[in-house]
Design a protein around this ligand. Structure first.
Ligand code: CMC
Length: 438
């Protein structure tokens, strides 16, 4: 595989000084292309014997990356320099997947080839179909999905980092396409219906809806408006710099783990309710509020009560300290879709009330807590017939090109090291081993 000597930010003339008991150490200051600055501590331990402590990595840049950019204060998200609003409006998920993996939007010829690969790789190895029979009814599709992605490594054992030199197009499209098939099969399994195979003449999104909802006794009619909404949802989930699941992918991948097992780790990380699992948790919360008489104030008060573990799901973000730009797109799309489908969803009314009360509340204002990507997405999924336990799977489908792009960037970068943080030991003081010096 060709290793790339990527530029690691710009070293500024100014240095930072760290004074430890009168010993002064110089820390280089690095600047990224958007002017964000960081202190390079890569030699700190070797030179001082000290480590840094940063639980949750809130102050740590774990890598240099060219893929996506967030300005959390201004509410900006770009993939490869292109604003998310533009991508969501004008580009297909298939194009955006190419953009993330390759760094540029494809021309017609490249798009045709990439789409052709996606169609070619959409079938699952027939032997894997029987795996679905082993899961208990009611198993969560996210768990089925991660298990099945892991199992792909046994069917395609050569798809590891070394195979990158073969063809990244093949590696990426097989994953992007098969995971869509796996997701739909997992759903069919959960509802006890026969699986539906992909069709060669349907677009990426239409094919997914076909595999999810077509049945021998009730054919599914593809509605282009729904395909468009699905496309937008996948695009806005496609990457989000160093979030928890992407970090999981980079950490696992740094040990040169097989790509499929690496991506399975990303899916597992995403399933947590503080991360992608929040989209399902939001619906549970909205339903609970409605069942409880729709008293939004009561739940806002609960979220503020430090003795109550309840949090407003779909609110708050590590990086955004303003309205999440994805939530803005989502909210507008949600209203448009429900109007088009003539749906009156009481959960949307509750979500809007909740947002209004929270945004005017001092607690939420002081902490800059705004709706995030997961707040409105569930209402859209619900409107297009996606069941709640599939919401996080939808997030995973969208995030896949981002994980692959981040993994590719990591493995192709010269000097990538295995991720191996340090710790400050606070356990039982160690016994001195025999023969150790006084
Ligand atoms: N409801 C009530 N209080 C909140 C919430 C919330 N949703 N989010 C943060 N806070 C409070 C928190 O209690 C803390 O208060 P204090 O300063 O008094 O201790 C303060 O705001 C800062 O919160 P934090 O937990 O230190 O922030 P974080 O950056 O570690 O966590 C978060 C970010 C997304 C995990 C968190 O906001 C949260 O739990 N939100 C709800 C779950 C959710 O919607 N997750 C989806 C995130 S976006 C998509 C994704 O990543 O997949």
């Amino acid at each position: 595989m060709k290793k790339i000597d990527r530029k690691f930010g710009k070293k500024l003339e100014v240095d930072a000084k760290l004074d430890i008991n009168g010993h002064v150490f110089t820390l280089p200051v690095i600047e990224g292309t958007q002017g964000e600055r960081g202190l390079d501590i890569s030699k700190l331990y070797a030179e001082t014997g000290y480590v840094t402590i940063d639980q949750g990595f809130a102050n740590t840049a774990a890598c240099y990356s060219d893929i996506s950019y967030i300005d959390g204060k201004k509410g900006i998200l770009n993939y490869r320099g292109i604003p998310i609003e533009e991508l969501a409006e004008k580009h297909s998920f298939v194009e955006v997947a190419y953009l993330l993996v390759h760094g540029q939007l494809p021309n017609q010829k490249k798009l045709k080839k990439w789409s052709g690969f996606l169609t070619e790789h959409s079938l699952l190895h027939e032997d894997m179909r029987h795996f679905f029979d082993g899961f208990p009814r009611g198993a969560h599709p996210m768990h089925i999905l991660s298990t099945m992605i892991n199992a792909l490594s046994t069917f395609y054992p050569n798809v590891d980092q070394r195979s990158l030199k073969a063809d990244i197009n093949e590696t990426s499209t097989r994953l992007i396409s098969i995971v869509r098939t796996l997701a739909a099969f997992a759903y069919k399994r959960s509802v006890g219906e026969p699986i539906v195979y992909p069709k060669h003449d349907l677009s990426y999104g239409a094919n997914f809806l076909h595999m999810m909802f077509d049945s021998p006794v009730k054919p599914y009619k593809i509605d282009q408006d729904i395909v468009d909404v699905l496309n937008m949802l996948l695009v806005i989930h496609a990457d989000h710099e160093q979030n928890c699941s992407t970090t999981a992918v980079r950490v696992i991948g740094s040990a040169q783990v097989n790509l499929y097992s690496t991506i399975a780790a990303g899916v597992n990380a995403l399933s947590g309710p503080l991360h992608g699992g929040a989209n399902q948790a939001v619906m549970k919360m909205l339903r609970k509020i409605n069942k409880d008489g729709g008293n939004v104030d009561k739940y806002v008060a609960k979220a503020k009560d430090k003795n109550d573990p309840f949090r407003l799901m779909g609110f708050g973000h590590r990086v955004y300290k303003t309205y999440d730009p994805r939530a803005k797109i989502m909210k507008a799309a949600c209203h448009k879709l429900l109007k088009k489908l003539n749906i009156k969803d009481p959960l949307l009314d509750t979500a809007m009330k909740l947002e209004e009360v929270a945004l005017n509340d001092e607690y939420f204002k002081a902490r800059n807590l705004f709706p995030n990507v997961d707040f409105y997405s569930g209402i859209i999924y619900r409107a297009i017939g996606i069941p709640e336990n599939m919401f996080t799977v939808m997030f995973a489908l969208g995030r896949l090109p981002g994980w692959i792009a981040q993994w590719r960037e990591m493995v192709e970068t010269k000097n990538t090291k295995i991720a191996r943080p340090r710790q400050i030991y606070t356990g039982v003081p160690c016994k001195r081993s025999e023969g150790s010096a006084e």
